[in-house]
Design a protein around this ligand. Sequence first.
Ligand code: ADP
Length: 149
Amino acid sequence: EAEIGILNGALELGAKRIETIMTPMKDVVKLSAEAILDRATLAYILSSGYSRIPVYDSSDPSGFIGVLLVKKLLQYDHLLNLPIRDLPLSILPEAHPCTNCFQAFDYFRTGRAHLLLINCTPGNPGGAIGIVTLEDIIEEIITEEIVDE
Ligand code: ADP
């Protein structure tokens, strides 16, 4: 039973656009590049519970410059009180909303990134409408919500 569901979920990946499973931008926990990594910002990051935080350039709220990997903060004490833009950020690749879930899965599988920014006009700030992570794709395969620890 469950196995057949998973097979179906996998077979349907190619027919589903990522925009239908994304987390919309209004729900994304993000940080301004100008924000300072002080105690309050750290508390905000930790209370969000997310492990990846997209960073936007305040001159354009949808012009993202990278992703802050929260676990990196454990490594570097000296980062405290620096502006977010000076922290080591990871790349935030963009994908068009019409990209299918299998293409996104293939992208994640090759390990280049685990979070994609969905942008209607990739390369142009302003068109970002949401994000997709590997977990969103896996939920489509198992056709169930994954309960986080
Ligand atoms: P995490 O490892 O941070 O728990 P996952 O990659 O497991 O994140 O994704 C879990 C869900 O949370 C997915 O639906 C994903 O789209 C969403 N998500 C991931 N990062 C963020 C974020 N910074 N803000 C809002 N939602 C997010």
